[in-house]
Ligand binder design. Structure first.
Ligand code: AMP
Ligand code: MG
Length: 418
């Protein structure tokens, strides 16, 4: 008797019948509705606030600029200049930034003034020094010049009392400039979200360790640790755990004390060695999310002693894409950042593809020559493609035939905060 492999199933390319595969947007809406900030609020000084998340709106303490001042180096006087030549007597003294001219400039007189200097009484207009000749007692110049030229009004940028930054914002270098310029310093921000990263699998060894035949190096842990750091979170390395339920339980117990959210990879399906989903099931708070996404496997979502756990697929490509699409917005909410839809761009396809209906697909992609090209293989074990790519193309849930030049949505990695 010869052993024959089983025949291909008729439905081998079909999505499982009778099972509800949740559309990506539906899954995202669930996360958005059910998660809220978990991080505590603290007050930090401006210099320590980069990348922190505002817990409260920030109000300008002071106007910017606080007083009317000169935008250029030149000569100040009242009113504009009519067309033609002018000779204006020059006052003694000058106004410089931080060194105000205390006197008053009478009508028909001018005063030397430097960039940033508060306008002296009697001055509302400044002429550029390049447009003037002077002997030190008068200036000669040519009109016309509009009243108010080269002068900045008090509060023209920001008025005291205005909301300058809204709660939930992650502070940028420019934000720090704005807070400082308007007299702020102490900021109420959230403590950074601590993200625990755990790899599971008997086959894994860490970078720098010795790999025996049959073992593979752990790609997910360095990737997810780095991704969390890029997103502004505090990555916490929870190491690697063998496919052993008790070891995994111990690891989760310890982690629950020191992190706000856990990302695990591997063992999230329903196979024999899929202890992560089994454990989360046991804890009673596990949901297997079958999401209509490629690449992706079921996501195991659960709570472990009050800490949300994202059980990501083991496959590095699926692990990263599921992290960017699902874990990222969830972590934003937990961190107090609110909900953010990544900002994509509609660009011409540099490829063609036939799309089956029923699930959303993400392709490793990058922009070249004004078109978006995709990685040569969509094999989900191809880590080189993740590294080759600079972002993802998102193809919608419906069937489609994409031809070269057709518009498609491209999301640079940066749009996911990575
Ligand atoms: P699993 O979800 O545990 O069934 O793993 C799916 C595939 O991803 C298997 O080929 C694993 O060997 C691989 N895999 C799981 N975890 C990692 C990891 N941390 N780094 C690289 N590959 C992994
Ligand atoms: Mg595994």
């Amino acid at each position: 008797m010869t052993l024959k492999p089983p025949p291909l199933r008729n439905d081998c390319f079909a999505l499982p019948a009778g099972v509800h595969w949740t559309p990506v947007d539906e899954a995202l809406a669930l996360l958005r509705d059910r998660l809220h900030p978990v991080t505590a609020v603290e007050t930090v000084a401006l210099v320590d606030a980069l990348d922190r998340v505002l817990a409260k709106d920030v109000i300008a303490q002071r106007s910017n600029p606080p007083l009317p001042n000169s935008a250029v180096d030149g000569y100040g006087f009242a009113g504009g200049l009519s067309d033609g030549e002018h000779l204006i007597p020059l006052m003694e003294g000058r106004a410089a930034a931080g060194l105000a001219f205390e006197g008053e400039v009478p009508p028909g007189h001018a005063i030397r003034i430097l960039t940033g200097a508060s306008l002296p009484k009697g001055v509302d207009t400044v002429i550029l020094q390049e447009d003037v000749t002077t002997d030190g007692t008068a200036i000669a110049c040519r009109g016309p010049l509009r009243q108010g030229a080269n002068a900045r009004k008090a509060g023209e940028d920001v008025a005291a009392g205005e909301v300058i930054l809204s709660a939930r914002r992650r502070l940028t270098p420019a934000d720090l400039a704005l807070v400082s310029a308007t007299g702020g310093n102490a900021l109420e921000v959230r403590k950074p979200l601590r993200v625990g990263i755990l790899s599971t699998g008997d086959e894994l060894v860490g970078a720098g360790e010795e790999a025996k035949s049959g073992q593979i190096f752990d790609a997910n842990r360095p990737m997810l640790l780095a991704m969390s750091a890029r997103m502004g979170y505090v990555p916490v390395d929870l190491g690697r755990v063998m496919d052993d339920r008790e070891l995994l339980r111990k690891c989760l117990d310890e982690a629950a004390d020191k992190v706000d959210v856990i990302l695990t990879s591997g063992g999230a399906s329903a196979g024999d060695e899929d202890h992560m989903s089994a454990l989360l099931c046991e804890s009673g708070a596990m949901q297997e999310w079958r999401i209509a996404i490629k690449p992706g496997r079921p996501l195991a979502l659960g709570m472990w002693q009050g800490v949300p756990v994202f059980g990501l697929p083991g496959n590095p490509v699926a692990a990263l894409i599921c992290s960017l699409v699902f874990a990222r917005p969830a972590m934003d909410l937990l961190a107090g950042r609110g909900w953010h839809v990544p900002q994509g761009f509609q660009v011409p396809a540099g490829f063609s593809k036939l799309m089956k209906p029923g699930r959303r697909e993400y392709l490793r992609a990058r922009m070249r020559g004004g078109r978006v090209e995709v990685f040569k293989s969509d094999g989900s074990g191809r880590i080189s493609g993740l590294s080759w790519a600079e972002g993802l193309v998102e193809l919608g849930d419906g069937a489609a035939e994409i031809a070269e030049g057709d518009p498609v949505m491209y999301f640079p990695y940066a749009s996911f905060g990575m």
